[in-house]
Design a protein around this ligand. Structure first.
Ligand SMILES: Cc1ncc(COP(=O)(O)O)c(C=O)c1O
Length: 384
């Protein structure tokens, strides 16, 4: 079966968060983490059918969706999830906030590894917790956890570890041993592990994704896992996600923290999620092939053709984390935007001088954007 990822869909006049700020301009938008591809046809068909029904009352999770998620966990990870462990959510950012509120008292510490997706940095503070950041360590051109530093910096007030696997923005798919080391530190310090695995179906290097909770029973008992079909099937605006929480006590506290504040999932979100997980595996596999091709282009271009920029390999996600510190600019994001490419600035992730590029777009757009980056950097190098 063939799928079309090459056609350009104009999103500038669709109230897209990613594109609407560039309405009427020629800027290529690559800052936000959604894809420029249409969702798979079975998802579109499920939505058409649901819209045709015409009634949009409060929704509850379709039984088949719960069944499909459980099947998926069994098949992909040999992880036997019970229906009661699943907590449906309209997004994973609210889950990060709920985790900070559920498992730590005011003034307690929430720990995370930087650079990191910005809500990992803001959720603890907005939840009146202290934030402790542990920089990832770079080893053989890949980032990894600094387990020694984690061990030495954790305090008696550290209660929650927010983990991102695969990791936005550095694109790591963590190995079993790396995860185990961090999880064991959480056990030793009696911390709850909140493992955001939203990018788990976007593995580009062929390796396995290891859900943290599958490492051992002891680790599962203190882990809350966050997943969603949103990134993979390009339906993040439909707001359907879920947590898997095996430990009944943790689940109760988590549910209480979100009660009355976090709304339920809407009918369209459930319909899209079911079709995505049940009917779209061939589309997902084709998407991975396409993204892998895009990743290879970005990786080679940035490292071989653009002076003073570099990036590591991207094992997972559709995000390239580019080291632009060599440019010596105070704000590389602004510099690239002026050159016609909108990237996400590294400062939001806790790493000034870096930029994040979303390569989930038609290849023609990607190559145009890369040419613009090269031209801007070359012109800068040539200027007095
Ligand atoms: C690691 C991670 N978690 C959560 C989200 C957003 O989740 P949601 O849209 O479900 O709130 C993103 C979006 O980029 C992400 O990269």
């Amino acid at each position: 079966m063939s799928f079309d990822f090459d056609s350009v869909v104009d999103r500038r006049d669709t109230d897209s968060l990613k594109w609407s700020r560039y309405r009427g301009t020629d800027v290529i938008s690559m800052w936000l983490a959604d894809m420029d591809f249409r969702a798979p046809e079975p998802v579109l068909e499920a939505l058409r059918r649901r819209v045709e029904h015409g009634v949009f009352g409060y929704a509850r999770p379709p039984e088949e969706l719960t069944h499909v998620v459980i099947e998926r966990m069994t098949q992909k990870y040999q992880w036997r999830v019970k229906p009661s462990w699943i907590v449906w959510l309209p997004g994973l950012v609210p889950a990060l906030h709920a985790a900070c509120r559920a498992f730590a008292e005011d003034g307690d510490e929430v720990v995370t590894f930087t650079p990191i997706y910005p809500p990992f940095l803001s959720a603890p503070l907005l939840s009146r917790k202290r934030l402790r950041t542990i920089p990832l360590r770079r080893q053989q051109n890949l980032y990894t956890f600094d387990a020694e530093r984690l061990e030495s910096e954790i305090s008696s007030r550290s209660r929650v570890l927010l983990l991102c696997n695969p990791h936005n923005p550095v694109g790591r798919r963590y190995e079993r041993d790396e995860l185990r080391r961090v999880a064991e530190t959480c056990i030793a310090h009696d911390m709850v592990l909140c493992s955001d695995e939203i990018h788990c179906d976007l593995i580009l290097d062929g390796g396995p994704h290891v859900p943290t909770a599958t490492l051992s029973e002891e680790i599962a008992a203190r882990t809350i896992t966050l997943m969603a079909p949103s990134k993979t099937f390009n339906i993040p605006g439909l707001n359907c996600a879920f947590a898997i929480i095996q430990n009944e006590g943790l689940r109760r506290r988590f549910k209480r923290a979100r009660e009355g504040i976090v709304p339920g999932v809407n009918a369209l979100g459930f319909a899209a999620a079911l079709a995505a997980y049940r009917d779209c595996e061939p589309w997902r596999l084709a998407l991975i092939e396409y993204l892998r091709g895009n990743k290879d282009i970005v990786y080679r271009f940035i490292n071989e053709q653009v002076p003073r920029l570099s990036m590591d390999d991207v094992q997972a996600t559709y995000l390239a984390w580019i080291d632009a510190t060599g440019l010596g600019l105070s704000n590389p994001r602004e510099f690239f935007e002026a050159a016609g490419v909108s990237l996400c600035g590294g400062a939001h992730f806790g790493a000034e001088g870096y930029v994040r590029l979303n390569f989930a777009c038609p290849r023609a757009i990607l190559t145009e954007a890369l040419d613009r980056l090269k031209h801007a950097v070359t012109t800068l190098a040539d200027s007095p």
